[in-house]
Design a protein around this ligand. Structure first.
Ligand code: 8YV
Length: 326
């Protein structure tokens, strides 16, 4: 009898995705959705050839050293800063993520957060719910213009390009971007975007959107010095990763009105949120939900599962991040 390889699904997932995995593997699931400590994760990975992870599971060199049977980690996320990819390559472990399937949904959310931030939707809703709305006034919750304004995008990958298209084609915005590498002329034309320096972008944009992947070099891409370069009327939106923004510096800049407002879907040390951000009114806060629609989350989970199946059953990952020696 051929025994099926064993895999761990580290967090709760759609039952149909578990069912699909069960056709190929002996599956240990976690439908109670407990977030495992590093020790618990290592313990549960004993004898497992694959693991289905989310952003909450850290795959480090120390963990890999304890899991000699592990051959693939399939992340249900496009971002993979929870993976030590070089250590995985050295340990002969395949790493995969879920690109493309969440691009448009995440770009939609980035735009929604920009609109909510610029037009002060959360602040005004709290005011209304608190029973403070007694009369109309000419400047009540007057926000920043979105259409026709200048949008600055830091990080111009797939999601950044989706946001640029929405801004340029849907809202007539002038789009500036900065990226390690400028886009090719054709992609730039499709996004109607112009490559500028980070300083020019910060000084010129009415709305700054962060969509770059997290890395050590990207840590605190926006701190006190960068916030000081921005217009006092500007908004900042972070749908990238916690740690790209210095949250303490941002809270101070919002309180001092160095910038007008911010919209944040990701936080340093999330799910904890810097306490100062909870006390400033001019910030819209959401709990890391930019990709959260059922069709998109299902597509992400499916792709992570398909990576496990494709690699462990057929020997080839669908969306590899590395090329470990077989
Ligand atoms: C996920 C994300 O919801 O894909 C990413 O990089 O940040 C989100 O879409 C989250 O990371 C859960 O894995």
């Amino acid at each position: 009898m051929i025994t099926k390889p064993s895999v761990l699904v580290a967090r709760a997932v759609f039952p149909e995705v578990l069912h699909k995995l069960e056709q190929h593997f002996s599956v240990e699931s976690n439908q109670d959705d407990i977030v495992f400590s590093a020790e618990e994760l290592a313990r549960r990975l004993q004898g497992k050839a694959g693991v289905f992870t989310t952003g909450s599971e850290r795959i480090s060199a120390a963990l890999l050293a304890q899991c000699p049977d592990l051959r693939i980690c399939a992340n249900m996320a496009v971002g993979y800063n929870n993976f030590d990819v070089p250590a995985m390559t050295t340990a002969g472990v395949m790493a995969t993520n879920t690109p493309d399937v969440l691009t448009e949904t995440t770009a939609d959310f980035g735009f929604a957060l920009l609109m909510a931030t610029a037009r002060r939707m959360a602040e005004s809703e709290h005011f209304l719910r608190a029973g403070l709305w007694t009369r109309w006034s000419y400047d009540m919750f007057a926000g920043a213009e979105v259409h026709g304004s200048t949008l600055g995008i830091i990080g111009m990958g797939r999601i950044g390009q989706g946001i640029a298209r929405r801004g340029a084609l849907g809202f007539g915005m002038k789009v500036l971007y900065c990226n390690r590498k400028p886009l090719d002329a054709e992609t730039e034309a499709a996004c109607q975007a112009r490559h500028v320096s980070k300083t020019e972008l910060l000084q010129t944009a009415d709305h700054v959107m962060l969509v770059l992947p997290y890395s050590a070099e990207a840590h605190h891409t926006i701190g006190a010095a960068e916030l000081a370069l921005m217009k006092p009327t500007a908004t900042l939106v972070n749908i990238a990763r916690g740690g790209i923004v210095d949250d303490a510096a941002l809270a101070a800049a919002l309180r001092n009105r160095t910038i007008a407002a911010a919209g944040l879907d990701v936080f340093e040390g999330e799910p904890a949120v810097h306490p100062d951000l909870l006390t400033v009114p001019n910030v819209v806060l959401t709990p890391h939900i930019a990709s959260a629609t059922i069709p998109t989350r299902l597509a992400m989970a499916d792709l992570a599962a398909d990576n496990l199946i494709s690699f462990l059953v057929h020997g080839k990952a669908l969306t590899p991040l590395n090329a470990p020696a077989p």
